[in-house]
Design a protein around this ligand. Structure first.
Ligand SMILES: C[S@@+](CC[C@H](N)C(=O)[O-])C[C@H]1O[C@@H](n2cnc3c(N)ncnc32)[C@H](O)[C@@H]1O
Length: 252
């Protein structure tokens, strides 16, 4: 299984628990809980606008997690995304939270024909994958000519020295540019993701979800492991050893 054993707690077990919490709190918590991985409205808005997401546009969300970003795009932009996610627990959680059936597959072997989509999203996934070129090549293959890729990538800054979350390999900005160039994806825009600008209601809901997860599973070693991963990541981001980059690139 890609994503690695060490990420099973973070992307699998916690996904199952997240679905349980949404069941308890109600559907109005679904998108916020589903975006717990990496998405927030500011960066999703940027990705949707840059990639021209809208009704009638075909979108594949690769490494969709429990599907929060896709559900946000469906609600806000009237698109009907296809979701791909390798972690079976996350796929089950997605079905439970949003009633959608994701395709359980890794991004380096997508079960679609060439040129099947107008837009491919890959949000917070590239840094969890070793063979980044294989993933990017597949994203490009399933896009129609001129189609858009929207990425959120955590990029290693030159002073990176602290301990990394297990199973992650963060590219430098130069490496990211090289990877996209080798893939035949032309960068239209690459910018730092806005930080901490989510609306108060979104933040409060996210905090509520976290509180319930900690209350129900705070003593579980898998929760502690996932929390350890999150706090390493948070430290790397606040100390700017890592930065969050948004990319809009086009199949040339
Ligand atoms: C940080 S989470 C982001 C989830 C979601 N995109 C979001 O923004 O909430 C990374 C996701 O990538 C998935 N993943 C790991 N390896 C993958 C691969 N080879 N192909 C596709 N997805 C992968 C993980 O299972 C996990 O759901």
């Amino acid at each position: 299984m890609s994503g690695g054993e060490e990420q099973r707690a973070e992307f699998g077990t916690v996904a199952t628990w997240t679905a349980e919490v949404v069941g308890e709190l109600g559907d109005e918590y679904a998108i916020v809980a589903g975006c717990r991985g990496s998405g927030d409205p500011g960066l999703l808005e940027w990705l949707a606008r840059s990639c021209g997401v809208g009704p009638g546009v075909s979108l594949v969300d690769v490494g969709a997690g429990v599907g929060g970003a896709s559900a946000w795009a469906a609600e806000k932009y009237g698109v009907r995304p296809v979701l791909v996610e390798p972690m079976e627990d996350a796929c089950r959680a997605e079905r439970r939270i949003f009633g959608r059936t994701p395709i359980c597959a890794t991004g380096d072997r997508l079960p679609f024909g060439e040129g099947a989509f107008d837009v491919a999203w890959c949000i917070g996934v590239l840094c969890t994958v070793h063979d980044k070129l294989a993933l990017l090549r597949e994203l490009r293959r399933v896009l129609r000519p001129g189609g858009s890729v929207g990425l959120l990538v955590l990029v290693a800054e030159p002073g990176l020295h602290s301990e990394l979350p297990r199973g992650n390999e963060f590219p430098s900005l130069d490496e990211l540019g090289d990877l996209l160039g080798q893939t035949g994806l032309s960068i239209r825009e690459l910018r730092e993701a806005p930080g901490g600008g989510e609306p108060a209601e979104w933040r409060q809901k996210a905090e509520h979800v976290d509180e319930l997860l900690a209350k129900a599973h705070g003593d579980d070693p898998r929760w502690l492991e996932a929390e350890e991963q999150s706090s390493r990541l948070a430290h790397l981001l606040t100390s700017r050893q890592l930065t969050r980059r948004l990319v809009h690139a086009v199949k040339s």
